[in-house]
Design a protein around this ligand. Structure first.
Ligand SMILES: *Cc1c(COP(=O)(O)O)cnc(C)c1O
Length: 399
């Protein structure tokens, strides 16, 4: 058993130790080991002999076989992520978060199958369902993110998978994940969760009954806005299907990117705590402003999702939304354009603050987003929140 598989360790310790197996960080012939698994770049793997080549045709994921199947840098990141999820068998890495989502759905769904997709899902996730999955003959029903155990009423004989994202990364509804996972297990339906917002630090998904948990490592795990990657971490029952599909699709990631994500992962615990703290300081300030309609942040006591968030989640990250009361889109544009500490840009979870406009009314199909006030999404970075608040105050002046 490697260090990172030791479930008695607490999450912050696992982040420090994860993936640093002696066979990946040292060589007895060199007389010592180094702290970080080095970047092993490889396409070709050399064999000692034909007998060796034949023997390794059945290589498992942590034996050198061919570059596409990874090198120790890749395995170290996968291993570190697996270690963060009690109940996980293994982790697969994909070149982006979207590739992880599409890779997982392709692995688990076949023509004729039915998928339940949360209506608050990340927009490219929806696009994969209405695009490629529909073309393959997989039907998708979008469901209300507030559906708990009553999701049972939407399960059909052909339903194979329920996909969740909580909180929704644009509108921040909190799903009753344990209730949905319990219904799914009882009916023989798999569950897959986009856990990018909480990460396993704040929501160890498999321990809550989920079968496959996904993260866009591009966001908090990487944390520095310089690399893209996605992961699927799964139970022993599901993992072989994911691996087989990933091999068939030729999914692979660069060891250089893995080294970047591993570097981010080591500090995830401290960064996420500060992102959350800074985010709450800004959200609390916004909630008292007359220009603000609603703050969409589940860790604020008044939020509609607060009770379930407080029951299930161990903390909050720094991504949330708010609405600008009674103004039009032009005013939202003036507000956003006037900010100086918030970059205007997609993605989130980096050390620097970001802002984007959001228009959920144009995305939903199972539910309606009726709030007429324009929505703004903030990713709160590691700046001093007082500077961010002063910046937002200037934004309100520009309204
Ligand atoms: C960004 C994001 C993704 C996709 O990740 P990429 O690495 O950008 O492909 C998936 N889900 C959520 C919630 C995201 O915010």
């Amino acid at each position: 058993m490697s260090k990172s598989d030791d479930d008695s360790l607490r999450p912050a310790t696992k982040l420090v130790q994860g993936g640093r197996r002696p066979e990946w960080t040292g060589d007895p012939r060199l007389g010592g080991s180094i702290v970080n698994p080095p970047v092993w770049r490889a396409s070709t793997i050399l064999y000692d002999s034909i007998a060796d080549l034949k023997a390794r045709g059945h290589a498992t994921h942590d034996k050198l076989y061919y570059g596409r199947r990874g090198t120790p840098t890749v395995w170290a990141l996968a291993d570190a992520l697996t270690g963060m999820e009690p109940g996980a068998e293994a982790t697969l890495l994909y070149p982006s978060g979207v590739a992880a989502i599409s890779g997982g759905l392709l692995a688990l769904l076949s023509p004729g199958d039915h998928l339940l997709m949360v209506d608050s899902a990340y927009e490219p996730t929806r696009a994969f369902c209405t695009g490629m999955l529909a073309r393959m003959g997989v039907r998708t029903t979008f469901y209300d993110p507030l559906a708990g155990a009553d999701i049972a009423g939407l399960i059909e004989p052909a339903t194979k998978l329920i996909f969740l994202e909580s909180p929704g990364s644009l509108t921040f509804e909190v799903q009753d994940i344990p209730a949905i996972a319990a219904v799914a297990r009882a009916r023989g339906v798999l569950t897959m969760l986009d856990n990018t917002w909480a990460t396993p630090l704040f929501f160890p998904a498999l321990a809550h009954g989920v079968d496959v948990t996904m993260m866009s490592l591009t966001k908090y795990a990487g944390g520095h806005s310089d690399a893209m990657m996605g992961s699927l971490t799964a139970t022993r029952a599901v993992w072989p299907k994911l691996r087989s599909a990933a091999y068939q699709l030729g999914q692979t990631v660069s060891p250089d990117d893995c080294a970047l994500i591993l570097r981010g992962l080591r500090t995830l615990d401290v960064r996420l705590a500060r992102h959350g703290e800074n985010g709450l300081a800004v959200a609390g300030w916004l909630a008292k402003r007359p220009e603000v309609g609603r703050v969409l942040h589940p860790a604020l006591p008044g939020d509609a999702g607060h009770a379930i968030w407080a029951r299930d989640f161990a903390g909050t990250s720094g991504l949330f939304g708010f609405t600008l009361k009674g103004v039009d889109e032009a005013a939202r544009t003036r507000f956003i354009d006037s900010l100086t500490h918030f970059g205007i840009g997609f993605s989130w979870g980096g050390y620097e603050s970001l802002v984007v406009p959001g228009d959920p009314q144009t995305i939903r199909t199972a539910t309606r987003w009726t709030d007429p006030d324009p929505l703004v999404r903030l990713s709160i970075g590691l700046e001093d929140p007082a500077d961010l608040i002063a910046d937002l105050e200037r934004g309100f002046a520009a309204l």
